[in-house]
Design a protein around this ligand. Sequence first.
Ligand code: SF4
Length: 298
Amino acid sequence: MADVYLSPTSVIRYETCPAQQQFYRQGWRVDYLSDTLHFGNSAHQALEAFHMADPYGRTVDLPQRFTDAFLEPTRTTTVRYGNGRDKESLLETGLVLMRLYPQVWQQTGFHALIDGAGPLVERKYRVRIAGAGVVLVAKIDVAVLDDSGRVILIDHKTPGQEHDPDFTARSDQILAYQAIFEAHADEHGVDRIDGVGIHPLVRRKVSTTGRGKGPTVNPPDIIERRSDTDVALYLEKVCDIASDIRAGRAHKRPLHEHNSPCSMCDYARACQYGDFTDLVNIKSPPDAKAEENQLAVA
Ligand code: SF4
């Protein structure tokens, strides 16, 4: 039985629409970067540098790091800007967020945990679910210690609107990080974590009229560690999804018109018309074919 590798994001993609997840696993991608993804990636790169330096009392020029990351890929990759957004306004928003971030972070009293390889920042983990042929993979933004010695996992987000605090306790992604990190906790000298949270950097436009809130860095939204039952139910779901993928079950899930994922789907033309002209395949054709076969017969 071949292992199925899943990330928390790919689990969500499967739940959104199994057919969409199959296109993705076959290697199909749009040949541009969405502006929101590009913005988030740039913020993550800058914050990674910040958190690698912060536990040693060193500082980094966050606005400059963000600018470098934001401008560099646009020289080689097309970035597609959404309604009402452009390169200049997003860069301006990013610079405000990067100027605000260090002060908000200092007020938390958090510092990244450190092991022999350095701060636990953007660390990659793999966890095999015993007997299920499933490997969960994840990269965790930063694992921190608070003033009382509590271990907390933080995930940075750059939403376009205000963060919904109720969502943190519902988030499968945050729950998955808890499960995956705790499977490696003894490597870091801890038994388990105490809390998980989302740190929202709200990507609002800078106001030109003096009205409106503009970009804000909220305090991290931290919740207590989720229960072992929540973790068990999540892992059960992951195993069920892996079974579906292994069996080649990839049904379309367009839902109703009012809640359909199709309008946001990169594969809408391929799905509806068999038209792949706006997509590229990052796997060579033989590899893509091999995975199709493997999924069909396993
Ligand atoms: S267009 Fe809709 S049904 Fe088709 S793959 Fe995308 S989300 Fe699924």
